[in-house]
Ligand binder design. Structure first.
Ligand SMILES: [Mg+2]
Length: 95
């Protein structure tokens, strides 16, 4: 699949941010509820950047949102592998 330079840059930024998060906090295996709180906090930071007309900060915060969402997926998958009870784990239909 063809990818634009723009897509490659944003995905590169996302991977860098995930690595940074892992370096800072190590493997995180939070509950889904806690992940949602963290994700909403990052969304709030993106919203704050918009309100303050900080366009580059807005972009950075969107990368944080994406990286936290990916971290939550990774945590969810690890919890499934470890047979930790996760909401909808038995009925996952990829909605
Ligand atoms: Mg942030």
């Amino acid at each position: 699949m063809y990818r634009t330079n723009c897509t490659s840059q944003s995905i590169g930024n996302l991977i860098y941010e995930r690595d940074r998060q892992d370096g800072k906090w190590g493997e995180q295996n939070h509950s889904p509820e806690k992940w949602i709180v963290i994700l909403i906090e990052e969304c709030g930071e993106a919203a704050k950047a918009i309100l303050e007309k900080e366009s580059y900060q807005y972009r950075d915060e969107l990368i944080h949102v994406a990286a936290v969402a990916i971290a939550a997926v990774e945590s969810f998958d690890r919890n499934l592998e470890r047979d930790v009870k996760v909401p909808g784990g038995e009925e996952n239909d990829d909605d």
